[in-house]
Structures are given as structure tokens and as C-alpha cells.
Design a protein around this ligand. Structure first.
Ligand code: SAM
Length: 221
């Protein structure tokens, strides 16, 4: 199948480029053991976020959608010692497991997991405390709400990434009209089309997480 090819391809590349890491391993195993769904970013995508944080020299990062903290950990590991990640999660079990996973990695103070609906948590974050990067990966129906808050909270020149914006091509398939996640991406695209605050592109991807893609936006100066 295509998916088996994509898995093999990811595994092949990762075998050269991604080093085994005990904290990431613990996070994956603890999340599985705790019954969390298998919907974290892939290893290669996590490494991409890690490299992005390094590339822009980010010190402060914001994440919407923590799950067990797998992507959080990839991001936090790329931040400097005095860096900070704020990550938002609505599910108490997910937040608890993520907190355990961050503590296991020694990131109990570097990473703050805020429990609650992300729209509310975001509205409480002051505009003065700007972030260098935001990673949006939660309930897709709220994508535009999260993106608007990210535009407010990310510094000029900073980066906003939104995950799962291609969805096996379904976002572009006009015969699909009853999928809230697909609609959430479409309304985000319409919003960005009219926003003067960002420039953006979508990069489609295939790999162990199937055929999907992410939106990459830069906050204008
Ligand atoms: N970023 C994570 C990773 O790659 O390891 C995966 C996040 S998972 C795809 C989406 C998460 O968003 C879930 O843990 C879910 O509970 C959370 N979520 C859903 N609705 C939310 C909301 N309204 N506010 C905050 N988090 C929400």
C-alpha cells in the first residue's frame, strides 16, 4: 500500500537523521500506556519543528494542542536554557501525561502546560509577552480563532505553523461539505487570504502520518 511505502520512507530517512532520545521514547511509551490517541506529529515532523526553532533562534514558543507533549518536547529541546514553551490543552488526562513527560525530561519549568479550552487560555495571554513561534495543532474547527490569537502574540518576523491543513486532499475536494475539520482549514485559508498581518504557504507532506501538510506563515513586520 501507499502508506506502507510512506512508513518505510520515513523510517529510512529517520535512520540517518534522527538520533534516538530517551525523553522522546519515554514520552511515546508513557502516552501509549496512558491510553492517549496516536495523533502526535511524526518523528520527522517533530525534528522539523526542532530545526525551525533553532533556525530562527526562538526563545519563546507557543503551542495549541499538547496531547502527551511529543511535539512540545521536540520544540523545548531546541530552545535555549532560558527559553520558554507555553502549551495549551483542554483534556486533563492529556495535560497530566504531558506534565509527567516534561518533568521526565527536566523541563518542568521550561514548559508550562495550561489546562483549559485554548480560546480562553489564549485570550488571557498578554500581547506584551511576544512569542517567536506558534504551533497550532488542536481542534481544527477553531483554527481561525487560534490563528488570529497567534497573529496577536507572535512578534513581527516570527513564525506560525498550522498542522493538518491538507487532510489527504480533502480540504480541496469541493464534494466534501460535512467535515468540521475540513471546514476549519477552509475558513482559515479564507481568513489568511484577507489578512495583511502574515505571508503564508502550505507544504503538503507524505510519511508515517499519511498524506497531509502544514501551513507556514511569517508574521509581517
Ligand atoms: N501537538 C501534539 C503532538 O504532536 O504531540 C498533538 C496534538 S493532538 C493532534 C490535538 C490536541 O488538542 C489533543 O490533545 C486535544 O485534546 C487538544 N484539544 C482539542 N480541543 C482543544 C481545545 N478546545 N483547547 C485546547 N486543546 C484542545
Amino acid at each position: 500500500t501507499q502508506q506502507a511505502d510512506w512508513n518505510r520512507s520515513d523510517e529510512y530517512h529517520n535512520s540517518f537523521l534522527v538520533k534516538p532520545d530517551d525523553h522522546l521514547k519515554f514520552t511515546v511509551e508513557n502516552s501509549q500506556k496512558s491510553g492517549l490517541p496516536d495523533i502526535a506529529v511524526s518523528e520527522a515532523q517533530g525534528k522539523f519543528l526542532h530545526l525551525l526553532v533553532k533556525s530562527i533562534g526562538a526563545k519563546r514558543a507557543l503551542e495549541v494542542g499538547t496531547l502527551g507533549g511529543y511535539s512540545s518536547l521536540w520544540i523545548a529541546k531546541a530552545l535555549p536554557a532560558d527559553g520558554k514553551l507555553v502549551t495549551l490543552e483542554v483534556d486533563p488526562t492529556h495535560a497530566k501525561v504531558a506534565t509527567e513527560n516534561m518533568q521526565n525530561a527536566g523541563f518542568g519549568s521550561k514548559v508550562t502546560v495550561i489546562l483549559g479550552p485554548a480560546v480562553e487560555s489564549l485570550s488571557k495571554l498578554p500581547s506584551e509577552e511576544q512569542f517567536d513561534l506558534a504551533f497550532i495543532d488542536a481542534d481544527k474547527a477553531n483554527n481561525t480563532n487560534y490563528f488570529k490569537e497567534a497573529e496577536r502574540l507572535v512578534r513581527p518576523g516570527g513564525v506560525i505553523i498550522v498542522d493538518n491543513v491538507v487532510r489527504r486532499g480533502r480540504v480541496a475536494d469541493s464534494s466534501i461539505q460535512d467535515d468540521g475539520s475540513v471546514e476549519g482549514v477552509r475558513s482559515l485559508l479564507r481568513y489568511i487570504q484577507g489578512s495583511s498581518l502574515v505571508e503564508a504557504t502550505t507544504i503538503a507532506t507524505v510519511g508515517s502520518k499519511g498524506y497531509d501538510g502544514f501551513l507556514y506563515a511569517v508574521r509581517n513586520a
